[in-house]
Design a protein around this ligand. Structure first.
Ligand code: ZN
Length: 374
């Protein structure tokens, strides 16, 4: 499990260069005065009430996230790459005297995790405990100074997901419908036939997708087409680097389709409120870890409290394969729930060059870079 991390550790010069490049890609220090136009209600109230106090209002924290890594398999090069880069950004922001909340964690629900657990002869909870802990050990080995580690099986996270679901429901953006399509279990996603290769193979996993029919709950993403276009126009730095912004603009232009946010066939997940026969789709659950991470253990967990504590995120640092979820699904979900969207999403490429060098040196045997979920 830890081999990837240790191999990584053996190549300090390459890592240093990589981390430095990514640190330069972090947003420049921004004068706080430019922030208020997109701050959430909670923040506005905080600054109004504190104007009568002697002490100045606390500046908003710099909230930085890595994806919450999917625990179907142990940590891998890809997750180490993003986390090392994020750690460099966090250290840089601390040098600028920002109050940094650096969030990482593990995404622990879904069919693929239940299957992995079964394959290793464990129940899902045991499996998640082991893999999640192996991430913590790797981050300790690599001296990653995160502030919050969220697990999506944490009760405080489940409370936030429930609150969020009811807000989106009361916005009228959740409906029930039959769905029939081709499903990639590894992506945990229904695919458009036109994006699939020969034999209906998933372009990411190169495995055939399976036909599936389900009665699911859907999120009305199509309602947010115009608002997402406006977001990208008003904040061209929302998606970086710019060629990824163009990719996202292309997806939106080609038309957004509602997506199903529940699964009837998956038991290992958070039950849909008012319908315990279904569980919440893993992405509709895991993205909320960026909010629930700010809550302390054992406190009365609520979505509003999480928002007040550390939102909006200043930067989501992710791999390019999960750009659609972060740059389209996530802001639309937040808009529906009446919560501010993050400042920026940075999608980096894969670590193919360094991996190639490590393979030549015999430091890394497996040619695959792990897929990162949230
Ligand atoms: Zn796939």
């Amino acid at each position: 499990a830890m081999a990837a991390g240790r191999a990584f550790f053996c190549a300090p010069s390459s890592i240093g260069a990589t981390a430095r490049r990514l640190a330069f890609a972090s947003p420049p220090a921004r004068p706080l005065a430019s922030a208020p136009h997109r701050r959430v209600r909670g923040r506005c109230c905080a600054s109004i009430s504190s104007s009568s106090d002697a002490s100045p209002p606390a500046p908003p924290p710099y909230v930085l996230t890595t994806p919450l890594y999917y625990v179907n398999a142990p940590p891998h090069m890809g997750s180490a790459y993003t986390t090392i880069a994020a750690d460099a950004v966090a250290r840089f922001q601390r040098l600028l005297e920002k109050r940094v909340i650096f969030i990482t964690g593990t995404d622990e629900h879904g069919e693929k995790i239940a299957t992995s657990a079964e394959a290793s002869g464990r129940n899902p909870k045991e499996h998640c405990d082991i893999i999640s802990n192996s991430y913590k050990m790797l981050w300790a080995d690599l001296d990653i100074e995160y502030d919050k580690f969220i697990r999506t099986t944490d009760p405080k996270h489940e409370a936030v997901v429930n609150d969020f679901y009811s807000r989106v429901l009361s916005s009228g953006d959740i409906y029930r419908a039959d769905y029939e399509g081709l499903y990639c279990v590894s992506c945990e996603e229904y695919k458009d036939e036109k994006e699939l290769g020969e034999n209906n193979c998933c372009p990411v996993h190169l495995k055939p997708c399976v036909p599936r029919k389900e009665d699911n709950y859907f999120f009305a993403l199509s309602k947010y087409q115009h608002k997402l276009e406006e977001l990208l126009t008003s904040n061209p730095n929302f998606v970086r680097p710019s060629h990824r912004l163009h990719e996202v603009e292309g997806w939106i232009k080609s038309g957004l389709r509602d997506f199903s946010i529940s699964r009837a066939s998956v038991e290992w997940g958070i039950p849909v409120p008012n319908d315990t026969k279904q569980t919440i789709y893993v992405w509709f659950d895991a993205l909320l870890g960026y909010l629930s991470a700010s809550l302390d253990d054992g406190e009365q967990a609520s979505l509003q409290q999480a928002v007040d504590r550390g939102w909006p995120a200043s930067l989501h640092l992710i791999g390019k394969d999960i750009l659609r979820f972060h740059a389209i699904y996530w802001p639309a979900m937040l808009m529906s729930a009446g919560i501010s969207v993050p400042d920026a999403v940075f999608g980096h490429g894969f670590l193919t060059k360094l991996l190639f060098i490590l393979q030549i040196l015999g430091w890394h045997e497996d040619g695959k870079i792990a897929r990162q979920h949230t």
